[in-house]
Design a protein around this ligand. Structure first.
Ligand code: CP
Length: 321
């Protein structure tokens, strides 16, 4: 089994207690996490506890919003590293009685966990938890802000696809993000991560889904998907975030202008790939024939979420001990 640091160079190693947003990290810290995740891909695929780095540690998962991929992969990641997991999520918790997110986090920490994984609706909620507790804290997505481990797994997927997983240098690569950028924390982390690694990000969305500052100031915004899709390496489709107030207006008009269907996929470069963070709304932002087609790397993204979260847990917990 490869050691987590076997490819580590003299770059700055990520050694923070908390992983809240990729915007907090230097490009070398992002590369450090990606290098560790790359070296854990084989261990992540093992069905049991492939490593013992976190044996004796417990990880609390606090999900105040629904999740399939992120919650499951953090749980598997902790287990693959030998840690125990205590899940304290949403319905069935004392949050329904008025307990705050921070008090819930302090409660679980008091029972003796080494790390808390937190998903919540307030954009500053995970940072508030990190400020209140002493253990490691990792964001599993906060409001419409950032989803840092999603950003990392997206970058790892791209790096492996385009043979950039040695230096994690994305110069010359162009990422097109399509859809509801205004409400997407996935886009928030993808833009930051991809840009910090040297790539170029282009966004394509309707006026009402255009991100505001500070993200907007660093972005190229396009409206014509048919035109821009022809000149990029990666197309990342986003779900419309109805739960955050997105209003696509006429769904027919939206899908006509922004759905990635087979006709549009045929306009892409021969080696260009399609990504989607999930959950997908099939036949809305993406047609099934594209989601299930040869360009799709959607299940690769899901698979690489496990080693990315193994690396995040390991680095954050190690920094507290
Ligand atoms: N991509 C993502 O965060 O999916 P879940 O909401 O299922 O965790």
């Amino acid at each position: 089994m490869a050691d987590a640091t076997s490819h580590q160079s003299t770059e700055t190693r990520f050694s923070r207690r908390s992983l809240i947003a990729l915007a907090d990290l230097s490009s070398d810290e992002i590369r450090s996490l990606l290098s560790s995740a790359r070296d854990m891909v084989d261990a992540a695929a093992w069905p049991g506890a492939a490593r013992t780095d976190l044996a004796g540690h417990s990880v609390g998962t606090l999900f105040f919003e629904d999740s399939t991929r992120t919650r499951s992969s953090f749980t598997l990641a902790a287990q693959r590293m030998g840690a125990h997991v205590v899940d304290c999520s949403g319905a069935g918790t004392s949050v329904s009685k008025g307990e705050t997110i921070v008090d819930t986090a302090l409660t679980i920490e008091s029972m003796g966990v080494s790390a808390l994984v937190v998903r919540c609706t307030p954009e500053d909620g995970v940072r508030a938890v990190a400020d209140a507790v002493q253990c490691a804290v990792i964001s599993a997505g906060a409001g419409a802000g950032e989803h840092p481990t999603q950003g990392l797994l997206d970058c790892l997927t791209i790096a492996r696809e385009f043979d950039r997983d040695d230096a994690f240098d994305f110069s010359g690569l162009r990422l097109l993000i399509v859809g509801d950028l205004a409400h997407s924390r996935v886009a928030g982390s993808a833009v930051v991560g991809f840009t910090k690694l040297g790539g170029e990000v282009i966004c394509c969305c309707p006026e009402e889904m255009t991100p505001g500052p500070p993200m907007a100031s660093s972005l190229t915004i396009e409206r014509d998907l048919d035109r821009v899709i022809q000149d990029v390496d990666i197309v990342m489709m986003l779900r419309i975030q109805m739960e955050r107030g997105a209003d696509p207006g006429s769904m027919n008009a939206y899908t006509k202008a922004y759905q990635l269907d087979a006709r549009r996929a045929a306009l892409m470069r021969d080696d260009a790939i399609v990504m989607h963070p999930g959950p997908m709304n099939r036949e809305v932002e993406i047609a099934s024939e594209v989601a299930d087609g040869p360009r799709s790397r959607i299940w690769t993204q899901v698979r690489l979420g496990v080693p990315v979260r193994m690396a995040a847990l390991l680095h954050c917990i190690q920094s507290t001990t």
